[in-house]
Design a protein around this ligand. Structure first.
Ligand code: GAR
Length: 188
């Protein structure tokens, strides 16, 4: 049995997609979904999906070993950041080498780094008149969006595409690729 912990900060549509993907796969369980935002929509999704969830603050995550100890207790095979916006403290990264992955809504190393998340990324892509964007799934290290790349996928951007259109195209790639990459990593 393989066991995943998910982190999210907002809507959680990727969380829902991942939960649904593994729903009928008896060898993978979602141990819990952890969020730093008490009003995040992902918490409603977890309730509807009957998935365990947990909300924490900066003290629990960064200043004490509270979340680290909870993670150790869950003994995850993979920790998946699915729209999680806080930097992961080094002590957590060091405790789970090559077990923490993130999805970024652009083709890293372009459009990464602190403050680059969600629609801010798509707006920058639009403002630079890019003809393509995409997703990057990568290992997490101590720098924002700089860990080793596991997988990228691209989508064409048309001149008439608005920021929301880019977001929709990128989300579609995320839903298609992210669960499959998680499954492949769990099988290694
Ligand atoms: C996703 O597009 C994900 O790639 C992005 O946040 C969105 C969350 O959507 N992550 C980042 O920007 C991280 N820098 P969701 O809450 O609907 O899954």
């Amino acid at each position: 049995m393989k066991n995943i912990v998910l982190f999210a900060s907002g809507s959680g549509s990727n969380v829902e997609n991942i939960v649904q993907y593994f729903h009928d796969k008896p060898n993978v369980t979602i141990a819990s979904v952890l969020t730093n935002k008490r009003d995040a929509k992902v918490l409603d999704r977890c309730n509807k999906l009957n998935i365990s969830s947990l909300c924490f603050n900066r003290i629990a995550f960064q200043e004490t070993d509270c979340i680290l100890d909870i993670l150790k207790g869950m003994d995850p095979d993979l920790i998946v950041l699915a729209g999680f916006l806080w930097k992961v403290p080094e002590k957590i990264i060091n405790s789970f080498p090559n077990k923490i992955i993130n999805i970024h809504p652009a083709l890293l190393p372009k459009y990464g780094g602190k403050g680059m998340y969600g629609n801010k990324v798509h707006m920058a892509v639009k403002n630079n008149n890019e003809s393509e964007s995409g997703i990057t799934i990568h290992y997490v290290n101590e720098h924002y969006d700089e860990g080793a790349i596991i997988h990228q996928a691209k989508t064409k951007i048309l001149p008439e595409d608005k920021v929301d259109d880019i977001a929709t195209k990128v989300h579609a790639l995320e839903y298609e690729h992210f669960p499959k990459i998680i499954e492949q990593l769990l099988a290694q």
